[in-house]
Write a new protein. Structure first.
Length: 312
């Protein structure tokens, strides 16, 4: 989830100018305060709730922020009153461990025949499906997830909550292989989702989730989600990559993904800021998500000229 991460505070003289603080040290107390409010309200009514119920109440009632995806904001921004109403309704809540089965090269597929496919370590257990270079071979359209229900504290069995869930997707390029899933006696299930390759042709970042809602209580909201993120880089054979102009509102970011042409050594970007008091920044990242070492070819304060960046 996301909570406000900025606060204004008094500071010692040596920190003058740093009165505005930002980070998890500010957002975490806010989230803890939400839990305290819920516990206080329940106690006033002579009721109790488990940690799992409190967590689920805040998650399923959170509001998505405009322009943000699941990997940006998680479940979204908490709504304290809606979470309280969820607890009042007495919905069942369970903890789940969701693991994406790492993608690998299909048997007989020839490396280099399509976009690169990273074969994950055998011990890797990602909580979401992430494809850095789009889909691989032609048949690479199925992603599997392993879901396990975690027993409640003090319980020796996995029997807690409903066993059958309805599955639905929030993205047109993503769909579950089956409409429902039933956990086995151990509280586990293998769930497959399918990608529509025809809807993943344009370069960009695609994020979608398949949600599992209790079959007997749709008002409870998703018990767990299977998140998928696919990066489709621009893989043209050009020597110069040209991106058309794009206007961004203040405070927002735009990502562009590209396979760097062989022999390329520079990147030129033109950013025009109409308001002279505003700033625009550019960051270059490697496929792993690590910031790339850059050498800027001109001063940062010249905002209306192309920025030439060279990296290793």
């Amino acid at each position: 989830m996301v909570t406000p991460g900025m606060a204004y505070s008094t500071v010692p003289l040596w920190n003058t100018g740093g009165e505005i603080k930002a980070g998890t040290s500010m957002s975490t107390p806010h989230a803890a305060g939400l839990v305290a409010l819920l516990l206080s309200a329940l106690e006033a009514e002579g009721r109790t709730a488990t940690a799992t119920q409190l967590e689920q109440a805040l998650r399923v009632t959170a509001r998505h922020l405009s322009g943000a995806t699941e990997t940006d904001e998680g479940y979204g921004m908490p709504q304290i009153e809606a979470a309280y109403r969820w607890l009042q309704a007495g919905h069942a809540a369970s903890r789940f461990i969701v693991r994406a089965v790492p993608a690998s090269l299909a048997q007989g597929a020839r490396p280099g025949a399509g976009p690169p496919v990273e074969v994950a370590r055998s011990d890797a257990r990602p909580s979401a499906a992430y494809r850095r270079f789009g889909l691989g071979w032609p048949g690479d359209t199925v992603q599997a997830f392993l879901v396990t229900r975690v027993p409640d504290a003090g319980s020796r069995t996995g029997a807690a909550g409903p066993a059958t869930y309805r599955l639905s997707s929030d993205a047109p390029w993503l769909e579950p292989a089956h409409a429902t899933v039933t956990l086995d006696a151990a509280g586990t299930a293998r769930i497959e989702v399918r990608y529509d390759r025809t809807r993943l042709a344009r370069p960009g970042r695609y994020v979608g989730s398949v949600s599992a809602v209790p079959a007997g209580d749709s008002a409870a909201g998703p018990a767990f989600r299977m998140v998928n993120e696919i990066i489709v880089p621009d893989s043209g054979t050009w020597g110069t990559a040209s991106v058309p102009g794009r206007t961004l509102p203040g405070g927002q970011a735009w990502r562009y993904y590209v396979n760097v042409p062989v022999g390329a050594s520079d990147l030129s970007v033109r950013a025009v800021v109409p308001d002279t008091t505003a700033r625009a920044s550019l960051a270059l990242f490697e496929p792993s998500g690590r910031p790339s070492p850059l050498r800027e070819a001109r001063p940062r304060d010249d905002r209306r000229r192309p920025a030439a960046l060279g990296g290793g």
